[in-house]
Design a protein around this ligand. Structure first.
Ligand SMILES: [Cu+2]
Length: 155
């Protein structure tokens, strides 16, 4: 069957675009480590304050230069709001929300999670460069959304 010229051009352009998209998706997923942050772990949102480990949010040492950050994203703060680690440290983040949907984006990194009530979001990141890393909520969560900030100080 002979296809009209413009239809051929359209099909070839579409196929090439699809291949480019899939290659980029593969590079982002496998080489750059971009992954969905949800690990399908759930928690009762109204029981977050009474459910370990979220009843005691904080930064816990796992090994040398390896930490576990148990965090709550709530209106309108991150708990803990400030963490200090040495450069080259790896942090395993475990974050949940007791109220509404929040975001957790750490500026200058690829840490960018949606924090959904009832779910535990997890992500691991290694902070190689010393500096002051800003944690931002990037899901509009209410009137104090713009005040919802945190800090990670890498020394
Ligand atoms: Cu917010």
């Amino acid at each position: 069957m002979e296809l009209p010229r413009y239809e051929k051009i359209w099909l070839i352009t579409g196929s090439i675009t699809l291949v480019i998209f899939l290659v980029l998706l593969g590079i982002m997923g496998f080489a750059m480590g971009f992954n969905p942050s949800g690990h399908m772990k759930t928690i009762a949102p109204d029981q977050v304050g009474a459910t370990p480990p979220f009843d005691k949010p904080g930064l816990f040492t796992v090994a040398d230069k390896e930490y576990r950050a148990v965090m709550q994203a709530k209106v309108f703060a991150f708990l803990p709001g400030e963490m200090t680690i040495p450069a080259g440290s790896k942090i395993h983040f475990e974050v949940t929300s007791p109220d509404v949907v929040h975001g957790m984006y750490i500026a200058g990194t690829n840490v960018n999670m949606m924090i959904v009530p009832g779910h535990i979001s997890e992500f691991t990141h290694t902070f190689n460069k010393p500096g002051d890393y800003l944690i931002l909520c990037n899901e509009y969560c209410g009137s104090g959304h713009h005040l919802m900030l945190g800090r990670i100080i890498v020394q």
